[in-house]
Design a protein around this ligand. Structure first.
Ligand SMILES: C[S@@+](CC[C@H](N)C(=O)[O-])C[C@H]1O[C@@H](n2cnc3c(N)ncnc32)[C@H](O)[C@@H]1O
Length: 662
């Protein structure tokens, strides 16, 4: 049986296996069964009581959901099936100075219903949703905290040994359970296989059949069958039934079975080939693994792992692609209240949230901006990569969320960060000249439906107009705030936790169209699917391939999008003027080969003609030079070259003044 996704590895995947997604909802479980199970805290195989977060609240749905099994169960499954859960070679991306690979085999998976041991934790949400209010901050100057700083070049094998020793007791205890579980798993796997290969026959054999809500089971079967037909339409379709008929039926069934609005089901379904779309919808029904990010400003991953293992936490490195992430499988303690947590040795952060910061790759000594920073998962990661040097401006327009940001900054011992509370649209006016900018934009959250099921029904067409519009404006503001002449940088990373094209490729394309002084560059991330270069009749610039898409069903991470830009020169005035036109002229090298959707609303904060008006209307000769200087200064601050060629028909005030005198 496929292990629960909470227990599966994240990152570079095994090939898509239908068995993983065909049966996410258990046979015999209705929607109500699942809901009521989520609310239970007991249950036959609950290992530990649901823990509370630091605020004593237990609210996140993912956290309340029981996951199942113990680590040993995973290894049993491996033996039984003969499949290796982790055989995909992963390219080494970062130094392996704290390689914890020895831990990788100690954790197992499940097939039943066992508490994850951290149920009810607020922080099971991604960092994007994390609003932990933590009043108890440990000052990084505290000598105890200083003791917790670890040498970066400590021998990796020593660490593995220590960690293995620490795990050994737990491992031997689990062997008995493994044996007992083995038979059950084998049987369950047989049933799973039958479900996929012969639905009709399987239903009659299912021991839980009496518990099946008949209509739901029927809908599920029809979804599977329709998907199969759509995959080989010419050979499997019934005579007289069109593809559109099948798709309509399928979308209706998806809405019934998974609870999506028809609008969103339609939008998401079209992102994938039929079979993969089904995998995506199924993956949204199960929570992603709980992950913590080691705060390297306070400690080292192996030391943190050792401390947490000693507290009864079972964990392993999140994957070779990250040297700071730990995936937690089971915990005897609430992870939001351990001494290590309170001392800022780690932050609860979804694995996908690491990716934009890894792509940004801020360097020591740089001046960086995190435009939409609260609650600070990514800001604090940036600070750690910069080793608390240079300067980060962490901005968020929401004051309450900015408080959580400040809390995390203190708890994690970040000392190079200034928090601001502007709409990031205003940033080019506030200040510019940044080496690197992260825009982790507000979005619809279609990548995190497993965490927030309300997205299934509460997003409307209006949201998919309003949000992309804001995202485009924010991204333009990011471009205009970065220093193209930065010696080490000049980069902008744009990310969302949404998978829709409107919020991702279309936003990027809009910015390529309106800012010829930026280009897409490689993100440097070792996994992720390429961004779309065409989608439903729209064509995007070929460099869109360099953007990266992440899906729950493909990588067992939240749905995410990451694009990295390099600013190559100052923003020419004519491109600012052109902003707002529906189609770019042919001399725009970034333009797509066909027209793309372009936001027609210019961004007010960057409207150069408005600036000229602001400084216009003075005839006095003496004032004129001051006005010109001020105008040039302001343009420079925005990264716009004041000497850049003006678009035809745009005259400076000085020239206008001269000509009016003639
Ligand atoms: C996806 S969350 C950011 C998560 C954050 N980067 C992290 O890793 O913890 C988006 C944030 O954008 C903020 N936001 C929305 N509109 C904004 C604006 N116009 N300017 C700045 N921040 C904005 C929201 O308050 C929210 O905190």
């Amino acid at each position: 049986m496929a292990p629960s996704r909470r227990m599966q590895k994240q990152g570079i995947p095994e090939p898509l296996d239908e068995s993983i997604f065909v049966k996410k909802r258990k046979i015999g479980q209705s929607e109500e069964d699942i809901k009521s199970k989520k609310q239970k805290t007991g249950g036959k195989s609950a290992v530990v009581p649901a823990a509370k977060n630091v605020n004593g609240k237990a609210k996140n749905s993912a956290g309340q959901r029981k996951t199942s099994g113990t680590f040993s169960e995973k290894s049993v499954t491996k033996k039984t099936t003969g499949k290796k859960a982790k055989t995909i070679p992963q390219p080494a991306v970062e130094d392996d100075e704290d390689d914890l690979s020895a831990l990788e085999d100690v954790n197992g998976s499940d097939d039943g219903e066992v508490s994850d041991g951290v149920g009810g934790l607020d922080f099971l949400a991604s960092s994007d949703d994390e609003v932990l209010e933590d009043d108890e901050f440990i000052d990084s100057d505290d000598p105890d905290v200083q003791k917790a700083m670890w040498s970066e070049d400590e021998d990796a094998s020593d660490a593995e040994e220590m960690l293995n020793a620490a795990n050994i007791e737990g491992l031997s205890g689990r062997l008995d359970a493994e044996a007992a579980q083995q038979e059950e798993d084998a049987q369950a796997e047989l049933e799973d296989a039958a479900l996929q290969t012969n639905i009709a026959a399987d239903i009659s054999k299912d021991p839980n059949q009496s518990l099946i809500a008949p209509d739901l089971q029927m809908v599920r079967n029809r979804i599977t069958e329709t998907t199969r037909v759509l995959t080989s339409f010419s050979s499997l379709a019934e005579d007289g039934k069109s593809r559109a008929d099948y798709i309509n039926q399928l979308l209706d069934d998806i809405c019934t079975y998974y609870g999506y609005s028809r609008f969103l089901a339609d939008k998401l379904w079209h992102l994938f080939p039929p079979q993969e779309a089904l995998a995506f919808f199924d993956a949204n029904e199960t929570p992603r693994p709980l992950v913590i990010r080691t705060n390297t400003l306070r400690t080292h991953r192996r030391e943190l792992a050792h401390s947490l293992i000693n507290r009864g936490v079972t964990l392993e490195p999140v994957g070779k692609w990250s040297k700071v992430g730990l995936q937690v499988f089971e915990s005897q303690v609430p992870l939001g209240a351990t001494p290590e947590y309170l001392a800022g040795h780690y932050i609860l952060q979804a694995a996908s949230s690491f990716l934009p910061v890894m792509a940004l790759a801020p360097q020591e000594g740089e001046r960086c901006l995190d435009m939409a920073a609260a609650p600070g998962g990514k800001t604090t990661h940036m600070a750690a990569l910069m080793k608390n040097t240079g300067c980060i401006f962490a901005n968020d327009s929401n004051k309450d969320r900015a408080k959580a940001l400040i809390g995390n900054i203190h708890r994690l011992g970040v000392k190079n960060t200034i928090v601001t509370n502007y709409s990031a649209l205003e940033y080019p006016r506030v200040m510019g000249g940044f080496d690197r900018i992260l825009l982790d934009a507000p979005c619809s959250g279609t990548g995190v439906i497993a965490k927030d099921a309300s997205v299934k029904t509460n997003k409307t067409e209006a949201d998919f107009l309003r949000l992309p519009h804001l995202q485009k404006q924010l991204l333009l503001a990011a471009v205009d705030s970065v220093d193209h002449a930065s010696k080490s940088g000049g980069y902008i990373v744009y990310s969302t936790c949404s998978v829709t094209v409107e919020e991702n490729e279309q936003v990027v394309q809009y910015v390529l169209n309106t800012r010829p002084n930026v280009k897409l560059v490689e993100t440097g991330l070792v996994f992720g699917k390429e961004g779309f270069t065409s989608y439903m009749g729209k064509k995007f610039h070929p460099s869109m391939k360099q953007t990266r898409r992440y899906y729950p069903h493909a990588y067992n991470v939240d749905g995410f999008f990451v694009a990295k830009f390099k600013k190559t020169g100052p923003t020419p005035l004519n491109s600012v003027k052109a902003q707002g036109q529906s189609k770019q002229s042919n001399n725009n090298s970034n333009g797509a080969s066909e027209s793309t959707v372009v936001d027609k609303t210019p961004i007010a904060t960057n409207d150069a003609s408005k600036e000229e008006d602001d400084f216009g209307g003075f005839d006095d000769k003496e004032d004129q030079s001051y006005i010109e200087k001020a105008r040039d200064k302001q343009l420079k601050r925005k990264g716009i070259n004041p000497k850049a060629k003006k678009p035809p028909g745009v005259k400076t005030k000085q020239k206008d003044a001269k000509s009016s005198k003639k």
